[in-house]
Design a protein around this ligand. Structure first.
Ligand SMILES: NC(=O)c1ccc[n+]([C@@H]2O[C@H](COP(=O)([O-])OP(=O)(O)OC[C@H]3O[C@@H](n4cnc5c(N)ncnc54)[C@H](O)[C@@H]3O)[C@@H](O)[C@H]2O)c1
Length: 318
C-alpha cells in the first residue's frame, strides 16, 4: 500500500516525467486492449476492408457536440460495489465507463452486469492506495481510450479505533487510499482532460469529514482533507474548463456500512438523520452524475452533502 511521494507535479503524459516512465513501462506490460481506441482501430480496419470491397454504408451525420458527448470516458475508482457501482451504472447511460477496483473479479462481474449492447463498461484492476498501480491504469487509459473526461474518486476505506489507540499503519493506509490516491489520479489524468479543455473531477468525501464521529480519526481526517484538495484543484483548473467538486454522503446502505455499522451505530444514525433512513447508492450516483454533467459547468470547489438532512440538523424532537 506504500505511496511514493514526489517533490514536483507528475504528468504521466509529459515526456521525461518519472510518472511517464512508469506509465510507459506499465503500458508495455498491458495485456488485452480493452478500450474503444483499440476497438476503433479494429473498426477502422474493418471499414477500410469494406470500402475496398465496395461494402461501406453511409453513416448519419452528427454534430460535434453530440459526437463529443457520445465519446466521453469516465473512470470510477472502487466502482465494483456499493456507491461506486451505482455511479458506474448511472454514468454508463451516456459515457464509456472504466471501473477500476482492487477487487478485479468483482469489477469484471459489475462491468458484465452493466454492459448492454454498446459494451461500454470496462473493468481494470487498480489499488487506489498504490502509486504504481495508479500509474499503470492511467497508462492503459491513455493508450487504449486516449481520453478521460470524468474522474470519480470513489474508492475509500475506513478503519475505526479510539483516537488515543489509532494505529499509525492504519492511519497511513486510510490516507493513501482516501487522499493520496485522488491526488495522484487527478495529477495524472488532468492532462487528458486538458486536451479537450473539458473535464470533471468528483471526489467522494463524507459527512465524517465535516462532523466528527467516534472512531473515525483517520477516515474523518482523510475526508476533510479530500474536500480541501477538491478546492485546491478547483481553483487551479478553473480557467481550463475542468471542474472539481465533492459529494459528502451520509450513511448509505452498502457493503461498507454492512460490515462497519453495529446496531448501535445504525440506531444512532437513524436518530440523527432527519429523513430517518439510510440513503441508497443511487441517490449518491444522481448527485455525482449532476456534478459530472454539462449542467454543472459553473460549479467548482464545492462539496454537496447528500445526507438526508444530517448536516442541517440540530434538535429533532420537540
Ligand atoms: N457507505 C456510506 O455510508 C458512505 C458514507 C460516506 C462516504 N462514503 C464513501 O463512499 C465511497 C464508497 O463507499 P462504499 O460504502 O460504497 O464502500 P464499499 O466498501 O461498499 O465499496 C468500496 C469499493 O471500493 C473498492 N476499494 C476499496 N479499496 C480500494 C482500493 N484501495 N483501490 C481500489 N478499489 C478499492 C472495494 O473493492 C469496493 O468495490 C468511499 O469513499 C466511502 O468513504 C460511504
Amino acid at each position: 500500500m506504500a505511496v511514493i511521494f514526489r517533490d514536483r507535479a507528475p504528468d504521466a503524459l509529459n515526456e521525461g516525467s518519472p510518472t511517464a516512465e512508469r506509465s510507459r513501462a506499465a503500458a508495455s506490460g498491458a495485456q488485452q486492449p480493452a478500450g474503444p481506441a483499440a476497438r476503433t482501430r479494429g473498426r477502422a480496419a474493418a471499414g477500410e476492408t469494406a470500402r475496398r470491397e465496395g461494402g461501406a454504408t453511409a453513416q448519419p451525420r452528427r454534430t460535434t457536440a453530440a459526437r463529443s458527448a457520445e465519446r466521453r470516458v469516465a473512470l470510477v475508482t472502487g466502482g465494483a460495489a456499493g456507491i461506486g457501482a451505482a455511479i458506474a451504472a448511472r454514468l454508463a447511460t451516456d459515457c464509456d465507463v472504466i471501473i477500476a477496483d482492487r477487487d478485479e473479479e468483482a469489477a469484471q462481474r459489475c462491468a458484465a452486469r452493466l454492459n448492454g449492447r454498446r459494451r461500454n463498461v470496462a473493468a481494470l484492476a487498480m489499488d487506489a492506495g498504490d502509486a504504481d498501480s495508479i500509474a499503470a491504469v492511467c497508462a492503459r487509459i491513455a493508450a487504449e481510450w486516449g481520453r478521460c473526461d470524468i474522474l470519480v474518486n470513489n474508492a475509500g476505506i475506513a478503519k475505526t479505533y479510539p483516537f488515543t489507540d489509532y494505529p499509525t499503519d492504519h492511519w497511513q493506509a486510510v490516507l493513501d487510499v482516501n487522499l493520496t490516491g485522488p491526488l495522484l489520479l487527478a495529477q495524472t489524468l488532468v492532462p487528458l482532460m486538458r486536451k479537450q479543455r473539458w473535464g470533471r473531477i468528483v471526489n467522494v468525501a463524507s459527512i465524517s469529514g465535516i462532523r466528527a464521529s467516534a472512531g473515525r480519526t483517520a477516515y474523518g481526517t482523510s475526508k476533510a482533507a479530500v474536500m480541501g484538495l477538491t478546492r485546491q484543484m478547483a481553483i487551479e483548473l478553473a480557467g481550463e474548463g475542468i471542474t472539481a467538486n465533492a459529494v459528502a454522503p451520509g450513511p448509505i446502505e452498502t457493503p461498507m456500512t454492512s460490515a462497519l455499522h453495529s446496531t448501535q451505530t445504525r440506531d444512532g444514525y437513524l436518530r440523527a438523520v432527519p429523513m430517518r433512513r439510510y440513503g441508497r447508492p443511487e441517490e449518491i450516483a444522481a448527485a455525482v452524475a449532476f456534478l459530472a454533467s454539462d449542467d454543472a459547468s459553473y460549479i467548482t470547489g464545492h462539496t454537496l452533502p447528500v445526507d438526508g438532512g444530517y448536516l442541517a440538523a440540530g434538535l429533532l424532537d420537540i
